[in-house]
Design a protein around this ligand. Structure first.
Ligand SMILES: [Fe+2]
Length: 268
């Protein structure tokens, strides 16, 4: 069995106080990197083949902060884990960094990647921001698929945004903003993907967990590392959420953990 470690929406930045409950934390982002480092030894012994970082590693600090350095520190912390890593950028990362800067800092020549693990193709792909909050897939990305992704191998897609349109009713951050969580031209893109053997699509960004099918394949949304259902800055209470994708023959299993507590274990 092969295992892939997935982290999404780390939101390293500053801890924000609740506006409605002064004195209480709303977004415990200052300690995101320290929280991540606390997993170092555990993840080292868990023998992962690969780490996929699903974007929004940072949340920009508006008060004349060096947000490029904020991103650089997050990348260096992830790299220091010593795992082969693919970085996907999120809407917050691209708020203050150019794609060229992200490539330079992550040491990735492209946002499109295909990696063979356990008989599957692991694919990340570039999107284009239509504006600060919305994304689409460009023709160039589809051309890259044609040239680089094999059609006869089961493929797992990883992206920051959801491939599938999602109703965000009840979401604290996205209610009434459905267009900001999904790829705008998902219909066109999924039609294009019909010629490939897509086994699953996994995304972050929504700050909730989700599983639903689009055409024949499941679209899974994983919870964020920080800024999730817990707002405590105490690592013992809020150890950060991560995910493990197990690839075993033809089977895929996704597990989600908060510290040692495995709270999700599904076949996908
Ligand atoms: Fe995001």
């Amino acid at each position: 069995m092969k295992k892939i470690l997935i982290i999404s929406d780390m939101h390293s930045g500053i801890t924000r106080e609740s506006k409605t409950r002064p004195g209480y934390t709303r977004q415990p982002s200052s300690q995101a990197l320290k929280t991540l480092e606390a997993y170092r030894d555990k993840w080292h012994t868990d023998s992962f083949e690969h780490l996929i970082e699903l974007g929004d590693m940072t949340k920009p600090i508006p008060e004349s902060h060096d947000n490029v350095q904020l991103y650089r520190d997050a990348v260096n912390t992830i790299k220091s884990l010593g795992l082969p890593t693919t970085f996907v950028f999120g809407n917050h990362d691209i708020e203050y960094l150019s794609k060229a800067e992200i490539k330079e800092i992550t040491d990735q020549s492209s946002f499109n990647s295909v990696t063979q693990i356990g008989g599957f193709q692991i694919v990340t792909f570039e999107h284009s921001q239509l504006d600060k909050d919305t994304a689409q897939i460009l023709r160039e990305t589809m051309d890259w698929f044609e040239e680089n992704v094999k059609k006869d191998i089961q493929t797992i897609l990883f992206s920051h945004y959801s491939l599938k349109p999602v109703k965000m009713d009840g979401s604290f951050g996205f209610e009434g903003k459905d267009s900001t969580v999904q790829i705008q031209n998902s219909e066109e893109f999924v039609n294009f993907l019909g010629k490939f053997d897509i086994r699953a699509s996994i995304n972050g960004h929504l700050h909730w967990a989700g599983y639903s099918k689009m055409r024949m394949f499941p679209c899974v949304t994983v919870l964020p590392f920080t800024d999730n259902i817990l707002s405590s800055c105490d690592i013992a209470i809020n150890p950060g959420i991560y995910h493990v994708l197990e690839l075993d023959g033809n089977e895929l299993r996704l597990k989600s953990y908060s510290g040692d507590f495995c709270f999700l274990n599904i076949e996908i």
